[in-house]
Design a protein around this ligand. Structure first.
Ligand code: GLU
Ligand code: MG
Length: 639
C-alpha cells in the first residue's frame, strides 16, 4: 500500500506542522523529475499483478477460523530470500495494513509476449506454495477480499483486544494489535483519526432477511456515530484490512501512460462489479458486494469543514471525496472535455506547475492530489535533496489511493511511466485471479492497437462506481457505457453539451448491463470479449497458451452473463444455505469456519465448484518461461 520508511514517525501535531513543507517540496520534486523524464521514450510494454492475501488459522477441533497475526514473521523470511538473490527470486513480498495480510507480486514483470499469459497462474500458484511452506499447522493463505468476521470478538490468533479509549485506532472492534507491526500503519491510522477530528465511521446497510433484527447490535448505544439499522465500522482496518488484485502497466512513454490511464478509468466500475467479492462485514451479511466504499470511509481524513458540514475556517477546501476513491479527472486530450465534475485543486500549486511548463491537465491532476496533507511522516525524511529525492512527492501520491494511479518513473531506474489499475477484488482461486489479470492486460492491448475510446464523463464513472457495489450489481445494474467505442472523434452534439459542463443530454453513451459490455449486444455494441478475440485472431500463439487464454475469456464471459456466480453471490449463497444460518443475516463462528475451509479446498482444487468456476481446467503450466522466450518478449509485439 505504499512506501515503507525506516525511522521514527512524527506525532500528528508534528506532521501537521510539516504539511506545507512536504507539499511545497513534493511539488518541486515532481517538477524536477518531470523535467528529467518527460521525454523518456521507448520503454516497452511491461506489466505485473499484485495479489493481497490473508493468513487464516483453523482450529479444526473447535471448528473456528481466525486471522493469524504472523505475517511479519513470514515476511521476514521471504524478504531475506529476496535480499540474498534479488534478481533470481520468482516472487516479491510486501507487508500490507493487517498483521494477517501479505502482498505478493511476480519477481519480474511480464512483457509483450502472449506466452506470458500462460505463466501468470503458475506464478500465482508458486507464490501461494512458497508462503504455505512457511505456515504452521492449521494456518492457510487465502486470497479473500474480506475476512467475514473481521472485528468480531476474538477474531485474531493470538487473541487481541480492542482499546476504545487509547492507542491509534480507538475502535470498539478492531484492535491496534491486529495492525501490521511496522510503525507506518499505526501511525497512518492515528493521524487519519486525529486529522479528521474523530474516528472514521462507516454505516453499512445490513442485508435484511426474514429474521434480521433491528437494531443489528448495540453499537448505537456505544456511539452516536452508529446507526441502529446499519453495520457500524469504526476503524481503518475494516477497509485497509481488505485485499485486492491490482495491475501495473509500463507504457512506452508518458503520452501512452496518459491514454491508458484515461481509457481504463471507465472500466474500473465494470471490473469492480465483475469481481465483487465482499458482502460480509463484522459477521453480518450486508447489502453491498464490494469493499470500495468501506475502504474509502476507512481512510477518510477530511475534517468537518472539508466535508462541508461546517463553514471553512481552518481548512482551505471543501473536498467531495476521501483520499481513497475513484479518480476525479482525465489526463489525455481525448478525456479533457469529459472532466465534467468541478475539480478541487490548489491554485498556487497549479500555477507553479504551469509556470514550469507542465500542461493544464497534468498540472491540475497533481494540484488535485496535493490538496491532501501528508498523513505519515518520519523525522529522518523531512529534509531532502529536491533534485534527486522524490519522497515528499511519493508521500502524497502514495496516500491518494484512487481507482487508477499515474506513476512517474522512480529516480535512477530503468523503469518508465506507469499506470496502476486498482479496483478489482481478490478472487478465491489463482485461476480466477489469472483470468481477470489476463483479460485486463488483453484489453489494454486492444485499446492501444485499435485506438478504442471508452471515455465517458467523470460524473458517469462516479455514478457507475456506486452502482457497481450494490448487491447483485453484476447482473442487476446497468452502467453508463460508450455506445461507439471505435470513434476517435465523438459526435459534435456530445462535444457541445459536455463543454457546457453537463453531460446528460449526450447520446454518446447509454446504460448497459455488464453482460452487454463484456459479451456484446447484437447489431449495437461489439462487446469486449469479441473485440479481444478479434485481436487475438491476428496473432501467432502456441496451442497451449491459446487454450489457457480461451479458458480465461470463457470464464469472464460466463461470469458477465450470469452463468456462473460472482464471488460475492457465491458467498451469500453459501451462508444462506448453511444449516446453522437462522435467516438473521449473521455469519456465526461455525458458518465462517465451514465457509473458509470450503474456500481453502476449492482453491487447492480438492473440491470442484462449477457454480463459481464453470467447467474450466486450470492452466497446467508449471515451469517458468524459458529465458530466451522471456528476452524475446521484452520486445513489443506492436513494434
Ligand atoms: N488493500 C487495498 C485495496 O483493497 C489496496 C492497498 C494498496 O494500495 O496496496 O484496495
Ligand atoms: Mg497492496
Amino acid at each position: 500500500m505504499g512506501l515503507l520508511t525506516e525511522g521514527s514517525p512524527l506525532s500528528w501535531a508534528e506532521t501537521k506542522s510539516q504539511a506545507e513543507h512536504v507539499r511545497q517540496h513534493g511539488v518541486i520534486q515532481f517538477i524536477n523529475l518531470y523535467k528529467r523524464l518527460r521525454d523518456r521514450q521507448g520503454d516497452i510494454l511491461k506489466w505485473g499483478d499484485e495479489v493481497e492475501y490473508i493468513i487464516v488459522k483453523f482450529d479444526h477441533e473447535k471448528k473456528i477460523a481466525k486471522l493469524s497475526l504472523r505475517s511479519h514473521e513470514i515476511l521476514a523470511i521471504l524478504n531475506e530470500k529476496e535480499l540474498a538473490d534479488p534478481q533470481g527470486v520468482k516472487s516479491l513480498w510486501r507487508p500490507e495494513y493487517g498483521g494477517y495480510m501479505i502482498e505478493g507480486t511476480p519477481g519480474k514483470p511480464y512483457g509483450g509476449l502472449l506466452a506470458h499469459f500462460n505463466i501468470v497462474e503458475a506464478n500465482m500458484k508458486y507464490r501461494r506454495e512458497e508462503v504455505t511452506q512457511l505456515l504452521q499447522p492449521g494456518e492457510v493463505i487465502l486470497s479473500m477480499t474480506n475476512f467475514p468476521r473481521l472485528g468480531c470478538e476474538d477474531f485474531t490468533d493470538p487473541v487481541t483486544k480492542p482499546t476504545p479509549d487509547e492507542g491509534a485506532t480507538r475502535s470498539f472492534f478492531f484492535p491496534d494489535d491486529a495492525i501490521f507491526p511496522h510503525p507506518r500503519f499505526k501511525n497512518l491510522s492515528r493521524n487519519i483519526r486525529e486529522r479528521r477530528g474523530e474516528k472514521v465511521c462507516i454505516n453499512l446497510p445490513v442485508y435484511r432477511d426474514v429474521n434480521t433484527e433491528i437494531p443489528v447490535d448495540d453499537s448505537y448505544l456505544r456511539s452516536k456515530a452508529a446507526k441502529p439499522d446499519r453495520v457500524y465500522l469504526d476503524a481503518m482496518g475494516f477497509g485497509m484490512g481488505c485485499c485486492c488484485l491490482q495491475l501495473t502497466f509500463q507504457a512506452c512513454n508518458i503520452r501512452e501512460a496518459r491514454t491508458l490511464y484515461d481509457q481504463l478509468t471507465p472500466l474500473c466500475p465494470i471490473m469492480l462489479a465483475l469481481t465483487a467479492a465482499s458482502p460480509i462485514y463484522r459477521g453480518f451479511l450486508t447489502d453491498v458486494d464490494c469493499r470500495w466504499n468501506i475502504i474509502s470511509g476507512s481512510v477518510d481524513c477530511r475534517t468537518e469543514e472539508e466535508r462541508g458540514l461546517k463553514p471553512l475556517k481552518e481548512n482551505k477546501f471543501v473536498i467531495n471525496k476521501s483520499r481513497y476513491d475513484s479518480i476525479d479527472s482525465y489526463l489525455s486530450e481525448s478525456g479533457e472535455k469529459y472532466n465534467d465534475v468541478p475539480l478541487v485543486y490548489d491554485k498556487a500549486i497549479y500555477e507553479k506547475l504551469r509556470a514550469n511548463d507542465i500542461d493544464h491537465l497534468l498540472a491540475q491532476h497533481i494540484a488535485h492530489l496535493f490538496i491532501r496533507d501528508t498523513v505519515s511522516l518520519f523525522s529522518e525524511r523531512i529534509n531532502q535533496d529536491d533534485e534527486h529525492d522524490t519522497d515528499h512527492f511519493e508521500n502524497i501520491q502514495s496516500t491518494n489511493w484512487q481507482t487508477m494511479r499515474f506513476k512517474p518513473p522512480p529516480p535512477n531506474s530503468t523503469i518508465g511511466w506507469r499506470v496502476e489499475f486498482r479496483p478489482c477484488e481478490a478472487q478465491i482461486t489463482d485461476f480466477e485471479n489469472a483470468a481477470i489479470v489476463c483479460f485486463v492486460v488483453l484489453l489494454t492491448r486492444v485499446i492501444l492497437s485499435y485506438q478504442l475510446n471508452f471515455i465517458i464523463p467523470i460524473s458517469k464513472v462516479d455514478e457507475n462506481m456506486q452502482n457497481a457495489q450494490k448487491r447483485g450489481a453484476n447482473l442487476n445494474q446497468t452502467f453508463w457505457f460508450r455506445k461507439d467505442i471505435t470513434t476517435q472523434i465523438s459526435p459534435p452534439e456530445a462535444n457541445e453539451c459536455c463543454k457546457k459542463g453537463y453531460a446528460n443530454c449526450c447520446d454518446a453513451f447509454e446504460p448497459m448491463t455488464i453482460n452487454q459490455i463484456i459479451n456484446g449486444k447484437v447489431g449495437e455494441f461489439p462487446g469486449l470479449i469479441p473485440l479481444i478475440n478479434n485481436y487475438l485472431s491476428g496473432m501467432d500463439v502456441d496451442t497451449d497458451t491459446h487454450c489457457t487464454i480461451q479458458q480465461y475469456l470463457k470464464f469472464i464471459q460466463h461470469r458477465a452473463s450470469g452463468e456462473i456466480l460472482t464471488t460475492a453471490s457465491w458467498l451469500r449463497k453459501f451462508v444462506t444455505s448453511h444449516p446453522e444460518y437462522k435467516q438473521d443475516s449473521k455469519v456465526t463462528e461455525r458458518i465462517n469456519y465451514d465457509l473458509l475451509s470450503t474456500i481453502h479446498k476449492i482453491q487447492k482444487g480438492e473440491v470442484s465448484c462449477p457454480e463459481l468456476l464453470g467447467h474450466t481446467t486450470t492452466s497446467k503450466t508449471k515451469e517458468s518461461i524459458p529465458t530466451a522466450l522471456y528476452k524475446e518478449s521484452l520486445r513489443l509485439e506492436r513494434e
